[in-house]
Design a binder for this molecule. Structure first.
Ligand code: SAH
Ligand code: SF4
Length: 410
């Protein structure tokens, strides 16, 4: 395991009001890392420069992982000097990084001064018939306000939205980690897939997440396939409709329960947007379909909680619920965390749940648990780092108090 500080903390002028206060003499510089192409084109035009400079600079940043303007050899010396004075290219600060034996990599970023201002990013490699993939799980917020009862991020509460630079900075850093020692001109992009499944609810940090995903898809930046960028939501219905208007990416839904009574308990946003509304929004999202669209189906995420949502009757309810929604189901073995009020369903239980769904004609997979040797399981990383940074006791007390409230309400 290696631990290293790589860069100073990020600032992002686009979202200065949502960011931590400026901390250094360089803080007033404009961070170009998080700008989408239209934003950067406007920035260059405002400087009195040609807007095609935006595409050139974006390629240096996102395809060659250059942070020093002096290395941007197709930009005139005069413009490089100008940019150096007023801009910077700054990824968030890495406080821990771990590379697992199975190829999984994780980073914990510090995104502010405050207690618990940490977010996590995990990269999971996989080989299959179609070739090799590197999937990056990106965070969108520090903590989360939605308080799902099985999620350690939810137990931390909401602290703040990540800026565009902090969101795209996670992808930048993961790609850079493979290219650090490669000469600039030979560098390549390594990450093939992104899932917005880290900490936070991406649809509640809508503009920053949307612009970051635009950078992912942009040929002048990461040029990722729209089918390989997936946004996961617990069900913020109006924002699902807005997303359908704004961008073509794959959608995953954190279902976790097949009736409103149970889902109200596990995923409290269900009280505001119940299952019928959520499924209808997914159908509208798919309805925007064209042949080339990323929206051929919705991925349904379903965490397997022992004795809670893993009965045969739940599988039957799911078959009915999803019968008119093109979907692929992903069963997720629950990742326990300290004081969690649930256990993981047994392997047999998960397999028989899968069989019921497969027999009914659904594509249903079971998510593999990876990166166990570096604690890279969903939603656990920051908890582990917090342990090492001696915040554990405070955090555990908070979780215990919240669990007590849940028990007394139940
Ligand atoms: N807020 C978004 C995205 C982040 S959570 C959402 O809820 O979809 C990413 C996925 O991890 C979600 O499906 C979430 O339900 C799941 N998850 C959260 N805590 C988990 C745990 N302890 N074990 C397994 N999966 C978990
Ligand atoms: Fe937030 Fe997603 Fe965790 Fe629910 S599962 S608390 S929406 S991060």
């Amino acid at each position: 395991m290696s631990t290293e500080v790589l860069a100073a903390s990020a600032t992002d002028v686009q979202q200065a009001s949502a960011s931590a206060p400026a901390q250094s003499a360089t803080a007033e510089k404009v961070n170009l890392l998080g700008m989408s192409r239209p934003q950067m084109e406007k920035f260059f035009e405002d400087l009195g420069e040609k807007k095609f400079r935006a595409g050139q600079v974006m390629k240096w940043i996102h395809q060659f992982f250059v942070t020093d303007f002096a290395e941007m050899t197709n930009i005139s010396g005069k413009l490089r000097e100008k940019l150096e004075k007023i801009c910077e290219i700054k990824a968030p600060e890495v406080v821990h990084k771990n590379y697992s034996k199975d190829g999984t990599r994780k980073w914990v970023f510090r995104v502010g001064d405050g207690e618990g201002s940490l977010v996590e990013t995990v990269l999971i490699p996989a080989e299959d018939k179609t070739g090799s993939r590197k999937t990056l799980c990106i965070s969108s917020q520090v903590g989360c306000a939605l308080d799902c009862s099985f999620c350690s991020t939810g137990k931390q509460g909401f602290q703040r939205d990540l800026t565009q630079a902090e969101i795209i900075g996670q992808l930048w850093m993961a790609n850079y980690s493979y290219m650090e020692d490669v000469p600039v001109i030979e560098r390549e992009r390594s990450v093939t897939n992104v899932v917005m499944m880290g900490m936070g609810e991406p649809l509640l940090n809508y503009d920053a997440v949307l612009n970051a995903m635009r950078i992912m898809l942009d040929d002048f930046a990461y040029g990722m396939s729209k089918r390989r960028v997936t946004l996961s939501t617990s069900g913020v219905v109006p924002k699902i409709d807005q997303l359908a208007q704004d961008i073509d990416v794959a959608l995953a839904i954190s279902l976790h329960a097949t009736n409103n009574e149970l889902r109200d308990e596990l995923v409290p946003i269900n009280k505001k947007y119940p299952l019928e509304q959520l499924i209808a929004a997914c159908q509208r999202y798919i309805g925007k379909d064209g042949n080339e669209s990323a929206r051929k189906h919705v991925t349904i995420e379903y965490v397997m909680l022992d004795g809670v949502n893993d009965h045969p009757e739940h599988a039957q309810q799911m078959i009915k619920l999803l019968k008119n929604l093109p979907s692929k189901i992903n069963l997720i073995p629950f990742n326990p965390f300290p004081h969690a009020p649930y256990g993981r369903s047994s392997r047999n239980r998960i397999i028989s749940f899968q069989k019921t769904l497969s027999d009914a004609g659904f594509v249903c997979t079971i998510r593999q648990t990876r990166g166990d040797d570096i604690d890279a399981a969903c939603g656990q990383l920051v908890g582990q780092v917090a342990d090492r940074t001696r915040r554990a006791e405070q955090w555990k007390k908070k979780v215990a108090a919240q669990n007590e409230i849940i028990r007394s309400q139940g």
